[in-house]
Design a protein around this ligand. Sequence first.
Ligand SMILES: NC(=O)c1ccc[n+]([C@@H]2O[C@H](COP(=O)([O-])OP(=O)(O)OC[C@H]3O[C@@H](n4cnc5c(N)ncnc54)[C@H](OP(=O)(O)O)[C@@H]3O)[C@@H](O)[C@H]2O)c1
Length: 290
Amino acid sequence: MPSLSLSDKIIAITGPTSGIGEVAARELAAMGAHLVLIARNAAKLDKTRQDILRLTPSARIDTFVADVSSQKQVREVAAAINARYPRLDVLLNNAGLVLGSKREVSEDGYELTFATNHLGPFLLTSLLFGLLEKSPAARIVNVSSAGHMGGSFRPENLQLVKGYNPWIAYCNSKLFNIFFTNELQRRIKAKGLNITANALHPGAVRTGFGSQSGDFFTRFVFGIFGLFFITAEEGAQTSIYLASSPEVEGVGGQYFAKKKATPTRNRFITDENERILWQMSEEMTKTRFL
Ligand SMILES: NC(=O)c1ccc[n+]([C@@H]2O[C@H](COP(=O)([O-])OP(=O)(O)OC[C@H]3O[C@@H](n4cnc5c(N)ncnc54)[C@H](OP(=O)(O)O)[C@@H]3O)[C@@H](O)[C@H]2O)c1
């Protein structure tokens, strides 16, 4: 039985129907958290809820269906969550994917990896921020990746209209998770709010990740090397730690791996680039934030 009690915490998780998010939801529910699960597939979401309830019959779990790549759906789900809860203590932006070798766009016209992995979490965080402010000490946890090291920031080709490749799109989006986290923490600090934002790398984890990609390289890497990856249970530990541990109370603006603050490695990570992406993201999502 886990010793830490989260019975006074309301925790929202995106992408809880598989892999890291599913384990995080299960373990946070076992610690007593009231879960707000956001997923795009209603049947999988219901199964996730039932699976958690089988292990933790007392779990409080509310479910919301939304595809985070759709700004309309993110707005609808945020409105429903804002109407229902007195506050939000943790937002775990976990949903993410790598796509295939053919460039796709979201219903709003943005490259689909960028829309799913960056713009969706940006908009959701923006719309739930008022609810997070009502928590005595809220946490925003963004699941990034060591893949951020391979990313680049080129504002003129953010949508990869030229030179699309699924892994370039993925690494860029995970770099942008770090940009977002850093700029978010700077703005939170400037306002003196008791909210922290951190990013993390979960490890190379054997999950459903890569299954959305028809790309040969991706299937090869995840099919063969996946045998040597860590389990979803191991991969979820840094997300769970950042969402729940008293050790990181008040710690923000960091990038964690294996539950340790770790330096990021990418020359595009500058305050100026982070500010530019924030402004571009505000324009693309038609939201103003902090
Ligand atoms: N696995 C790794 O080695 C690894 C390494 C570094 C970082 N990460 C990051 O870890 C996070 C979790 O990935 P995972 O490994 O657990 O992969 P996963 O098993 O594929 O789980 C991804 C989750 O995100 C959801 N999702 C994807 N697109 C979505 C959308 N448009 N709207 C709503 N939900 C969506 C999926 O929903 P469906 O079930 O409906 O598809 C699923 O629940 C991702 O952000 C990923 O980038 C993973």
